[in-house]
Every structure is written in C-alpha cells, then in structure tokens.
Write a protein that binds this ligand. Sequence first.
Ligand code: SAM
Length: 270
Amino acid sequence: MPGAETFRASADAYDRLVGRYSTQLASALIGFAGVELGMRALDVGCGPGALTAVLAERLGPEKVAAADPSEPFVEACRSRLPGVNVVVAGAEALPFPDGTFDATLSQLVVNFMRDPAAGVREMARVTRPGGIVASCVWDYAGEMTLLRAFWDAAREVAPERAAVADEGVVMRWCAEGELADLWRDAGLRDVRFGALVVSATYTGFEDLWSPFTTGIAPSGAFCDSLDENVRAALHDSLRRRLGVGDGSFELSARAWAASGVVPGSSEECE
Ligand SMILES: C[S@@+](CC[C@H](N)C(=O)[O-])C[C@H]1O[C@@H](n2cnc3c(N)ncnc32)[C@H](O)[C@@H]1O
C-alpha cells in the first residue's frame, strides 16, 4: 500500500495533480465496464469525486454511493455532490449489505489498497450476482506520461531514493494483465482487460509543476521531501524531459482496466 496516507490532503491539490485526468478517465471506465441507465453504482476510493460525479450525472445521484478512507476527500465529494451517499471507508470493509449495487467501480485505487485481494472480494460482495466489478490503474511504468517523466527525472537527480519510490517499480497490479489476474483470483467471471487512454491540458510547465510541491500523492510526497537544491534540479530535469515551456500543452496517460461479473444465480438473466 505505498502512499495511501498521502491522500489525506486537499482536494484542490489532488485536482491539479492527477485529478485533471480523472473525469475523462471516469467516462472511459464507465464505458469499458458497461454501466447503464437504471443501475445502482458504488465508487470505491472516490477521492474528491470525479468518477462519482460522472456516475451521478448518468444514473442520478440517488442511484450512486461512494467511499474513501480520506476524510478531506469524503468532505469534498459530499459538498460537490449533494444527494450522493458518501462514506468514510476503505475497500476492505465496505459498510453496505451483500448485493446492494449493480456495478462497483474503483478508479486508480487498487494499488493503494492495504489488502487488494480483500478489497476486490469486498467490492464483489456488495455487488449483486450478475453485476459488474471494474477498476483501472495507471500504467506507471509505461505510458502515464506525467508520472513516468516525474520518476525518470527523480531517478536522475536523487537516484538512490527514487529507485525505491518510483511508482513504476513499487506499485503492484499496474503491469499489463496483472489486474485481470487479481479479478480472476477474486472469483469474478468473464474477466476482460483493456487499455484506457486519456489526456489533460496544461497552461504551461509551472501549471504542471506546482501541484507536486503540495506534497499530495506519492510523487508530491517525494518532491516535498527533497532539499531545495535537489527539488530545483528535479524541476529542471522534468521540464527538459517533457520538452515543454511556458506555453500550453497536452499530455496523454494510459491506464489498465479490468472488469468482471459476480458469479451467482441471476447470471443467467444477464
Ligand atoms: C489516486 S486517488 C484516486 C481518486 C479517484 N478515484 C480519482 O480517480 O480521482 C487514490 C484514492 O484511493 C484512496 N484509498 C487509499 N487506500 C484505500 C483503500 N484501502 N480503500 C479505498 N480507497 C483507498 C485514497 O484516499 C485516494 O482517494
């Protein structure tokens, strides 16, 4: 569970770092999972609520619930989405009865769970037989451009410390196909695996850099822990690697997604 505690932080900082990809990613995940009008859905590890918001817009707030262990994120999600039931809870112990939802989703969360196997089993428990469980995780080692470039720059300026913090190395369930194995091991059926590619725009390099200095997420926490001169070298290396300057630009990001069906008696009705 590297870094889960780094999300007990401001929703605004999260929105400016990784959250700027989250709404587009939410639409892609919902499409991949096959969430449809009329379904009841749960967002596990909702953060400030990007996926929750897209679910509420499509299904209606009364059909959507959300959970996250970070109190500031739950507060932000509640205030942004009145009418959605948002609870403080981790994936490993969801406070909902068996079979409550037609679809249980989580976005960019499985690799932060204390016990991912238990978390996915719990997501399946609160989903009805025949319902959907789906998640996605960043391709940290490959084509999540922002974070890959950040850790490559970090390995240049602080090699020893970055080697043991690089999310492309330390995060499990983020290599191609790995998430699907977790889904099968949790007993889910008809498991599908795929890539979701999204993008985000920046007004210039400082727009990209400033959220790292807030200490949010593992990358921000790493940045925050550096001496001033090493942090300045990281800033310059990242800018050079991305090849961007003061003008606006766009970066793409790839996430791996897995989806499966909860086994049980109503499967035949699907
Ligand atoms: C990268 S953020 C993703 C937030 C949101 N889903 C999004 O797509 O923007 C990771 C989230 O996982 C949450 N988290 C950490 N440990 C968790 C756990 N055991 N169960 C559920 N969520 C957890 C964090 O609090 C944080 O909100």
